[in-house]
Design a protein around this ligand. Structure first.
Ligand SMILES: *[C@@H]1O[C@H](CO)[C@@H](O)[C@H](O)[C@H]1NC(C)=O
Ligand SMILES: *[C@@H]1O[C@H](CO)[C@@H](O)[C@H](O)[C@H]1NC(C)=O
Ligand SMILES: *[C@@H]1O[C@H](CO)[C@@H](O)[C@H](O)[C@H]1NC(C)=O
Ligand SMILES: *[C@@H]1O[C@H](CO)[C@@H](O)[C@H](O)[C@H]1NC(C)=O
Ligand SMILES: *[C@@H]1O[C@H](CO)[C@@H](O)[C@H](O)[C@H]1NC(C)=O
Ligand SMILES: *[C@@H]1O[C@H](CO)[C@@H](O)[C@H](O)[C@H]1NC(C)=O
Length: 761
């Protein structure tokens, strides 16, 4: 009885934990875990000099869930699950730096803790700053055993500006907090374009914005603030220009004597002093601090400068939903690999962010939170000091995939400059804020701004990806060409048509589009729409398995009736003397992994799946892969059929369970952490090379070629190999996914067929 009641509670907390608007928008500053001097309902708070520490532990857990442990009186202990609630979980999650909780667990779900059970019968109302301000039986007073240890599941989203206590440990109270930092350009200067790179430093505190006294100011302080604002470097500023202006205005100084070392990721982590409230004269001999920052090349208008400022080409970010975030990948011997997350922290992450043209790091993520890589793992225990120009200059340990798995891939979220791009696009008509008709802000010749629609013709996932990115809503699940089923909007005018994006743009305005609007179906119901999603799948083919399993088979025609019916042979097969003769097939195994953060599911619903009687299963996608053989100029010499498949989890990584299977009209898809294997000996798993002459070629497999289903990364969808065919046997080498090599190595790879052809002739 007891158990079932609890399960119900858990289910409810998952349901309702999602809509607590108070907790989603609240910007809690760093040090939110600091006890505030407000009176407490119970007398169980620890001494004010000592800050209560909270951590998640146990197994199996993730970075955002686990058994709750509290550090009190020099000892770690747990919380009993009696009377536990989602409100308690909200308080704990916010103390841990997450925006809210999505659930909680009972009965030592993450294993039993050790030592003290610090709290029991905890009853928070949800808004408390710290668990110690909630009602309970008091510290150390419990009749529970560790079998009843409570755990929490936090929403996977950090409080903006939250800095981990192991990085920053300043003792500040409500009165003295630095919540946010901004640059205010002086009004006398012309209206500036975004991003704002220069101006008066202002910090947000309890009563508003205030200036910083610049006595003793150093470039190291400037560096820290530029980093927070998304800029990699600082530059000189003409103080005299500002002095005249600032002397005439009333300044209010909140902090002074700032002494950063330059590697801090937040101003609050620097030694600094607070001014007494409402004193304007607290900056004797100084003036408000004024700084100037150097933006990264992608945020620069001046193209001349752009060329001068180089960003690293041996480090990159992959799989992130937003600009400036992703899995960290590094280039070694012309091949990209990942970084293992042991000791991965904000200092090392900031070095990566800055060398890529962003500011300091907002978050250093562990446990493959931006998806897993596929190639080698190159580095572990990266320990940057913070002043290095590249992650390659930091101390680290060499490592192989045996020591560290891709489940531990390190990732970053960098501070990026505020560009205001999301202000010129919005979604209307959808059921949630993640979907709707796309409206863009348009200026007419008089400069009057109004919202307008985008023509649905030619609108695809690629364009939708850019729209979702610009909105800050992650990836596009779908790009819709018709939106009649959504509420009609007041906006009916089409203001954009012929949109064609490359896919990596930050805003729709950066994509190609018609100069003057031309839309065949100009009614609002044919306006472009999107469904955005915070996460997406990411499919990658195991290249080394293709290389290992390739062979040629001369297959008698009488065994190929089924294959012919499914269009798996080249055109000349139609003219063959059936059932006599054979086809020459290039066969290999395909192992397709989902290394993303969402399951890969066919776009079409099961009602439209096609039954293939010959092979006895349903096909859920018309075109799932292209198999091709290309010659030196890129022409297809053996157009592989456009394979359609039944998608399922053949096998999964340790700890992940299978969810999709083809048999019995089962659900189709590929779970994150699983793969779908098409063995070399199944029908249609080949390229028909009957008509191909001996020579050197490139063999190419492209998964999800039309981008029908959303993925976080399309650059790894192609797998290519050098292929040598002597008329009898076939060799594959250099098999690799599209994004695995350096540009230079890729150029060498592409030269291969031509070079050898020349030698032959
Ligand atoms: C300080 O300034 C704030 C707002 O400017 C004002 O509300 C408050 O009364 C002032 N306090 C004192 C002690 O002057
Ligand atoms: C790591 O390996 C490279 C060669 O691949 C070598 O030059 C370097 O010294 C090694 N570093 C360490 C810390 O072992
Ligand atoms: C621009 O302003 C002029 C004069 O006010 C007006 O006649 C014209 O219609 C306006 N054009 C647009 C596109 O609103
Ligand atoms: C549409 O116009 C009506 C009347 O002007 C207004 O009440 C409503 O809020 C508008 N809807 C949208 C989505 O702007
Ligand atoms: C890819 O295939 C190779 C060769 O069979 C295998 O050793 C390797 O584990 C596979 N990679 C992954 C990520 O499963
Ligand atoms: C590509 O090469 C083939 C023969 O290898 C030739 O027939 C064809 O014309 C070439 N195409 C182009 C565009 O050069």
């Amino acid at each position: 009885m007891e158990m079932s009641r609890r399960r119900l509670q858990l289910a409810f907390s998952f349901l309702f934990g999602l809509w607590l608007p108070c907790c989603l928008t609240q910007t809690t500053p760093p040090n939110s875990a600091t006890p505030t001097p407000t009176p407490t309902p119970t007398a169980s708070s620890p001494p004010q000099t000592q800050r209560l520490k909270v951590r998640l532990s146990g197994y199996p857990r993730k970075h955002n869930e686990g058994r709750v442990e509290l550090f009190y009186k020099g000892e770690w202990g747990t919380i009993c699950d009696d009377d536990f609630s989602i409100a308690n979980a909200h308080v704990l999650c916010r103390q841990l730096g997450f925006v809210s909780a999505t659930g909680w667990t009972h009965s030592a779900k993450y294993g039993k803790g050790q030592g003290k059970i610090w709290l029991d019968n905890v009853l928070c109302n949800g808004g408390e700053k710290s668990i110690e301000f909630c009602k309970s039986r008091g510290w150390g007073n419990s009749d529970c055993t560790h079998d009843e240890d409570a755990g929490v599941v936090c929403k996977d989203e950090k409080i903006p500006g939250f800095v981990d206590s192991n990085v920053i440990d300043a003792h500040v109270d409500e009165e003295h907090k630095v919540e946010e930092v901004r640059l205010r350009p002086v009004v006398a200067m012309a209206k500036k374009k975004l991003p704002i790179t220069e101006g008066v430093v202002e910090v947000k505190y309890k009563d508003g914005w205030a200036q910083v006294c610049d006595v003793g100011w150093t470039v190291k302080n400037t560096r820290v603030i530029c980093g927070m604002l998304g800029f990699p470097h600082e530059r000189k500023v003409n103080k005299n220009f500002y002095k005249l202006f600032l002397e005439r205005q009333k300044n209010h100084f909140h902090i002074h004597s700032v002494a950063c070392t330059g590697t801090e990721v937040h101003l609050a982590a620097c030694p600094l002093e607070f001014s007494r409230p409402n004193t304007t004269s607290s900056c004797a001999g100084g003036m408000p601090a004024v700084i100037s920052c150097m933006p990264g090349p992608m945020f620069m208008e001046n193209s001349g400068l752009k060329k001068k400022v180089k960003i690293a080409n041996n480090v990159r970010l992959k799989g992130g939903a937003k600009l400036g975030e992703g899995r960290v990948e590094v280039l070694k011997n012309n091949e990209w690999g990942t970084v293992c997350d042991d000791r991965w922290n904000l200092l090392s992450a900031s070095v990566v962010c800055r060398e890529l043209g962003f500011g300091s790091a907002k978050e250093a993520l562990t446990g493959a939170r931006m998806g897993q890589g596929m190639g080698p793992v190159y580095m572990n225990e990266v320990k940057c000091v913070g002043v290095e120009r590249s992650i390659w200059n930091c101390p680290f340990k060499n490592i192989t995939s045996e020591d560290c798995q891709h489940m531990e891939d390190a990732a970053v979220r960098c501070n990026v400059p505020y560009m205001g791009l999301e202000n010129s696009v919005r979604l209307t008509g959808g059921r949630t804020r993640y979907e709707g008709r796309v409206e863009v802000l348009n200026s007419d010749s008089n400069g009057t701004q109004s919202w307008g629609l985008i023509c649905g013709e030619s609108w695809s996932t690629k364009e939708a990806m850019v729209a979702c990115r610009q909105l800050g809503l992650g990836y596009a699940n779908q790009g819709l060409q018709e939106t009649w089923y959504w509420d009609s909007s007041n906006v009916t005018e089409m203001v954009m048509s012929g949109v064609r994006c490359a896919g990596n743009e930050m805003a729709l305005s950066q994509c190609q589009h018609h100069k003057t609007v031309s839309c065949q179906k100009a009614a609002a119901k044919f306006a472009a729409g999107v469904i955005c999603s915070e996460t997406a799948s990411d499919l990658v083919l195991n290249a080394s398995l293709v290389q290992q399993t390739v062979y040629i088979e001369d297959r008698p025609l009488h065994m190929l009736y089924c294959a012919a019916e499914e269009d798996c042979l080249s055109k000349s097969a139609a003219k063959a003397n059936w059932p006599y003769g054979h086809r020459r097939l290039l066969r290999f195994s395909s192992q397709i992994h989902n290394i993303g953060r969402a399951d890969f599911k066919p776009k079409a619903g099961r009602h439209s799946w096609v039954w293939h009687a010959c092979h006895g299963h349903y096909h859920s996608m018309d075109i799932f892969t292209h198999y091709d053989l290309l010659n030196s100029n890129g022409t297809k010499v053996a157009e592989g059929h456009k394979a359609s498949f039944c998608l399922e989890d053949t096998d999964c990584q340790e700890g992940v369970s299978k969810r999709y299977e083809c048999a019995n009209f089962g659900d189709q898809g590929i779970t994150v952490g699983c793969w779908d294997l098409y063995r070399h000996d199944i029908d249609c798993q080949w390229i028909d090379i009957t008509d191909v002459k001996p020579g050197n070629y490139i063999m190419q497999v492209v998964i999800n070629p039309n981008h029908e289903v959303a993925e976080s990364d399309f650059t790894n969808n192609a797998m290519r190999c050098n292929c040598k065919y002597d008329g009898h046997r076939i060799w594959l080498h250099n098999c690799h996914t599209g994004d695995a090599f350096s540009e230079e190595a890729e150029r060498r790879f592409e030269k291969y067929p031509g070079q050898l052809n020349n030698k032959i002739s």
